[in-house]
Design a protein around this ligand. Structure first.
Ligand code: ZN
Length: 316
């Protein structure tokens, strides 16, 4: 059953690439195998209808590429040949489709005449996606705690390529990249789970099943789930093997202990809440436990957690 779904999604993704254009909804259908995915309440009109240009390219280093989230053009390039054997054309296409959606809901958001006027007056003409703004709260050096943990710095120094490694981890830690990888991890798990997670507990259970390293307090939370929790069904599934899990584990490992806590208590649920809201589930934020605006809630937690006096010695 799972194998059949993968084949179906690969076929869909390859057909879209051959055609040379696709709507975001078509690319999401190739991600999940069906649309809307089970487990969410999707508003079918939430996605932009204009097609995105698809290009097949050859590149020694890149699997895929999407135009910047702050540019007007919407274009995706896919290194199809290198992905066919691994059967991850649909996964990479999904990743790049998320980058297009991040721009569609931020810089390219549809605005009324008055909103546009205000937008141009009060921004420098670019609006960063919510995922980047949320992650920035955690990673901005000034706000402390977001720096790299000392263990990670040691590893980087050992490799002798400090700046190369530093750039690599800074790239992985940007909100848009983490969010696009969450999408890849979710679609890899979807055929096993039969639905996408829609609550915090389900999200954590799904991430554990996918193979992500979670901080001890989240592990404990999963061990103590109420007997009737819907999250159990995610934990019982066969383990996942998404090729992007190791990169998210790398992101988690790069934070000092306090940063790891904020990452998993607020930032990851926020990135996921924003992701399902972009899919078209308007209640995504509330379902994932955010009372007000996602970014404001995260900013508040980052400040209180990272400025609170540490009472236990840090392990990092
Ligand atoms: Zn990316």
């Amino acid at each position: 059953m799972v194998v059949e779904v993968i084949e179906k999604r690969e076929c869909m993704a390859n057909q879209l690439l051959m055609r040379g254009h696709a709507t975001v909804q078509e690319m999401l259908t190739a991600s999940f195998g069906d649309w809307p995915p089970k487990g969410l309440d999707i508003n079918p009109d939430a996605l932009k209808k204009e097609p995105v240009k698809l290009i097949v390219f050859v590149n020694a280093k890149l699997n895929g590429q999407a135009t910047s989230t702050t540019k007007e053009e919407r274009e995706i390039s896919i290194n199809q040949n290198s992905l066919i054997k691994q059967k991850i054309v649909h996964s990479t296409l999904g990743h790049e489709a998320i980058h297009i959606m991040q721009g569609d809901t931020a810089h390219r958001k549809e605005r009324s005449f008055l909103q546009k006027l205000a937008y141009n007056m009060f921004t420098d003409g670019e609006q960063q996606p919510l995922s980047n703004r949320v992650m920035e709260e955690l990673t901005t050096e000034k706000k402390t705690g977001g720096g790299l943990c000392s263990e990670f710095q040691k590893v980087m120094k050992k490799t002798g390529d400090y700046w190369g490694e530093y750039k690599h981890i800074q790239y992985l830690r940007s909100g848009i990249e983490v969010q696009a990888r969450i999408h890849q991890i979710i679609i890899e798990g979807y055929p096993r789970w039969g639905k996408v997670p829609a609550t915090q507990d389900e999200f954590y259970a799904a991430m554990k099943n996918a193979g992500l390293n979670l901080p001890p307090e989240i592990e404990k939370r999963l061990e103590n789930l109420p007997a009737n929790s819907s999250a159990h069904s995610f934990l019982k599934c066969e383990k996942g093997q998404c090729h992007k899990v190791s990169e998210i584990n790398e992101v988690t490992a790069s934070f000092p202990e306090k940063g790891k806590q904020v990452l998993w208590n607020k930032v990851m649920p926020a990135l996921y809440a924003d992701l399902i809201t972009m899919y078209g589930d308007k209640q995504g934020g509330q379902k994932m436990g955010f009372d007000t605006k996602i970014q404001a809630d995260v900013a508040k937690t980052v400040k209180t957690t990272l400025t609170a006096k540490q009472t236990t010695p840090s392990l990092s």
